[in-house]
Ligand binder design. Structure first.
Ligand code: 26Q
Length: 820
């Protein structure tokens, strides 16, 4: 090597349109091996993404180095789900090169929108919880808070939903088939994850030591994706783990000629990162799920502990340098794993290990539904993670001793706060483990956090006052306003100034314009254009023509009984009847738009999807309505679909049974984009009401205490039907097969369940809902009043920025500050 040779400098390529166009062509030719003529949409997307990615690398690596050197406190966000969606538009807007890339593609003669829509959604999540993690990652980077997201790189994300004859069918999803241009495989960053085996006790220097000898070891291999903050100021890393068999071909078996057997083990080990569990709210208690949880929690902790020790020497300072946030209980095994690392691997005392663990970890709860509280059978835990089971018993013993010392003789209290549930079979309660192992526990809306204190964590709240705090969810405005709704964004920039791009509170400057007729018109013109775009999509997908002049009444979310899509469908039937009965009454013309997936095993939810289709088929074909009512179910709801529907919504259905929706975040996206909320006093709806004012929202239904009372009184659905001829007519039509002539009994079970039980108060809230919908009709018929309320929704939603949420976590829970 010539030692005199000057160092070769490599600089980020220029980002003007021409240079980008050249760069895209180079990627196409040299990286993808495609000619300009032979390139498909996908190839152009890959080339554009690779060219864009070049713009990020220096900042990314430079930023990581400076965070490392500054010894700044790091946030680690542990989540089994990151529901990211597409990244191209996000990346170019945050880098400030959106116009340049568009122009570059223009030069090359390929329309940007075609390129953009060739990107598959990264759907590594089920719904709200996963999308929240994605919003938080973007906000952390935008605020300049050094952070890693840790999760699993599933080969297959959430299933694709097909609708066949009105029924949902799940089709495997394949986002990685054509390669992922955003990720960097780091095969050299791999951690060993043990399972099973046994524990031996050896004589250590300070007495006996437990040594876990796993029966099986799987490698967790890192894949890194840069997460670029607003204006490209800071770049963080999303590190997802993929499972790799330790001994891929089991050489011994292979050499003995058992080729198939040798590969079977590999397949079983690598199954850990094959597929996302498609459950939502209701945990699926399978062993593979527990293996996923431990796999990624252990990989994350090994990774962050190694980084910490490299910089700081030992573990004592961990809580000062590291904040570990558990996204629900899915990574709760991290509590036991960090204790194991401290005590077994680093020889610390139990007390010191516990100080470190509790000081570093905090936990977010996302649900109150009893069936959704995660727990694992003790025998399964003993077999899969024998040392962790011992550690959990020890944590429990210390915890219960402390409780007993303060509350002698209170066995009921001990049973209620134990980490082990002594029901039918003994189970480890992951929520309790997460609670005791954390210094802070938070709910995701004011109502939800209060309910946590009163219900699932009542006794814990009494024992550890102050540990439960509230952090109301938020959404990233970059994706959900600026990118998804460019029309509204340019109107806002014009109306309140460029500041609105950086400071969500600047939206308040819009308030005085709510009464300005000219502004109202422009605001509603943007809405109309977005609705026309959605109408075109619907026409292409479903061959159904809808009128962009009608009210777009939208319910988009996972299908779940507590979210009460059924209530919305019943109202559609009632409205259908009413429109036919009184053709002159001034109902607002409406398009009811539904979208959402049902968990594959959730039969009731799938039946509700079928009912939506059955009702839609009848309503949409009825000439008597003269197109004043349509019901649409858009298949395969995902992040990209939301980006089209949200800006086009007039009315946002947030109608869960009060006390059951922890927060909701779709409610925020829709209101921010100028939709009025039709909602119950549940989750963050309560805070949306406080921010937009009672006159700009439609609230109906029983409150949380009223729901509790209603259930305690054992009131059956039949009671509501007896009081409401309208409701009786609706149920009679559905039950008798008006909408299912091919199978008249299809909805017997569903209707009987409503009449006999009505656990979710669909019938009990029906009349109140129907009235609230008519109030919305009346407002719709006063276009200025509607426009005013819509504008005030946008104007008053600044507080729901995830930047505000993350700033609160940073200050109250993590004690971190920005590095920029
Ligand atoms: C657990 C174990 C096994 C298999 C699956 C699961 C599982 C998976 C996903 C359990 C729950 C979930 C998802 C929960 C969820 O999305 N909750 C939502 O979180 C949002 C963000 O805080 C809230 O806005 C919603 O109110 C809440 O429903």
């Amino acid at each position: 090597m010539d030692l005199q040779a000057p160092p070769i400098a490599v600089a980020t390529p220029a980002a003007d349109a021409r240079s980008l166009a050249e760069s895209i062509l180079r990627k196409l030719l040299f990286d993808l091996g495609k000619s300009q003529q032979g390139a498909q949409r996908r190839d152009w997307f890959m080339a554009a993404a690779l060219a864009t990615r070049d713009q990020v690398m220096e900042r990314w690596l430079g930023g990581s180095r400076s965070a490392y050197n500054s010894q700044a406190k790091q946030v680690y966000y542990l989540s089994l789900e990151f529901l990211i969606g597409r990244l191209l538009r996000d990346t170019i807007t945050n880098l400030g090169i959106a116009d340049q890339l568009r122009d570059a593609l223009d030069i090359l003669g390929v329309p940007f929108d075609e390129v953009r829509s060739a990107e598959p959604d990264a759907a590594l999540g089920n719904g709200g919880l996963g999308r929240l993690a994605a919003c938080f990652m973007e906000s952390l980077a935008s605020l300049g808070i050094p952070a890693f997201g840790y999760g699993i790189r599933y080969d297959h994300g959430l299933f694709r939903q097909q609708i066949m004859g009105g029924w949902q069918r799940e089709v495997p999803e394949d986002w990685l088939t054509f390669g992922n241009p955003w990720e960097f495989a780091r095969p050299e960053i791999a951690h060993e994850i043990g399972f099973g085996g046994n524990i031996t006790v050896i004589d250590g220097r300070d007495g006996p030591r437990q040594v876990w000898q796993p029966g099986e070891i799987i490698q967790a291999v890192a894949y890194d994706t840069p997460i670029i903050g607003w204006r490209g100021r800071h770049v963080n890393t999303l590190r997802l783990w993929s499972a790799r068999a330790s001994d891929p071909l089991s050489l011994e078996a292979f050499n003995h000629g058992d080729h198939v057997g040798a590969l079977a083990d590999q397949v079983r080990q690598e199954a850990i990162s094959k597929v996302l569990y498609p459950g939502d709210e209701t945990p699926a208690g399978q062993e593979l799920r527990l293996r996923q949880e431990y796999f990624f929690a252990s990989a994350a902790l090994q990774d962050l502990v190694r980084r910490h020790i490299r910089v700081h020497g030992d573990l004592h300072s961990l809580p000062d340098r590291v904040a570990i946030q558990l996204n629900d209980t899915h990574p709760a095994i991290a509590v036991a794993e960090l204790m194991r690392i401290c005590v077994d691997l680093h020889g610390l005392s139990w007390e010191e290990g516990w100080r470190i663990t509790q000081g570093a970890i905090s936990y977010t709860n996302h649900t109150l539904l009893p069936e959704a509280l995660e727990s694992w059978p003790v025998p399964l835990m003993e077999r899969l993670l024998p040392r962790h089971m011992q550690i959990i018993y020890l944590i429990n013993a210390h915890h219960l001793d402390a409780v007993a010392a303060r509350h002698p003789g209170n066995d009921a209290l001990l049973a209620s706060v134990s980490l082990i549930g002594e029901g039918h079979a003994r189970r480890v309660r992951m929520g309790h483990l997460a609670f005791v192992g954390s210094h802070k526990v938070n709910g995701v809306s004011a109502l939800h956090s209060n309910l946590l204190k009163q219900t699932v964590f009542h006794d814990f709240n009494m024992l550890f006052p102050g540990r439960i705090v509230n952090k109301t969810n938020g959404i990233t405005f970059r994706r959900w306003l600026h990118q998804a709704n460019p029309g509204l964004t340019s109107l806002l920039r014009e109306a309140v100034g460029e500041r609105v791009l950086d400071d969500p509170q600047a939206l308040e400057l819009l308030r005085p314009l709510a009464d300005d007729a000219a502004f109202q018109q422009r605001f509603m013109a943007v809405k109309h254009a977005n609705k026309a775009a959605l109408a075109a999509n619907i026409r292409a997908a479903l061959e159904l023509k809808i009128d962009p002049g009608a009210m777009f009444d939208v319910q988009i979310k996972r299908i779940h009984e507590y979210k009460r899509q059924l209530l919305n469908i019943l109202e559609a039937v009632a409205l259908y009847d009413a429109m036919r009965d009184s053709p002159t009454q001034s109902f607002a013309p409406r398009v009811k738009i539904f979208a959402g997936k049902a968990a594959a095993s959730y039969h009731r939810a799938k039946l509700i999807i079928k009912l939506a289709h059955d009702v839609g088929r009848v309503i949409n074909a009825d000439p008597v309505l003269r197109d004043r009512l349509k019901l649409v179910f858009l298949p395969n709801y995902n992040v990209s679909a939301a980006e089209v529907i949200v800006p086009a919504a007039d009315l946002s259905e947030q109608i869960s049974t009060a006390g059951m929706e922890a927060s909701g975040t779709g409610n925020m996206k829709l209101a921010l984009n100028g939709a009025l909320t039709m909602g119950t006093l549940d989750g963050a709806n309560v805070e949306i009401l406080e921010h937009v004012g009672a006159e700009n929202i439609h609230i109906f239904g029983k409150t949380t205490p009223e729901v509790a009372e209603h259930r305690a009184d054992g009131i059956r659905g039949q009671a509501a039907v007896d009081a409401s001829p309208r409701l009786a007519q609706v149920l009679e039509a559905i039950r008798s097969g008006v909408f299912s002539p091919d199978d008249p009994g299809r909805y017997h079970g569903l209707v009987d369940d409503l009449l006999n039980t009505d656990h979710f108060l669909v019938l009990a809230d029906f009349d109140s809902y129907y009235e609230a919908q008519r109030a919305a009709d009346a407002r719709w018929n006063e276009p200025q009043a509607w426009a005013r309320a819509a504008i005030l929704n946008t104007a008053n939603l600044g507080w729901f920025s995830a930047d505000r949420t993350i700033a609160e976590y940073a200050e109250d829970i993590w004690k971190v500050s920005p590095v920029i």
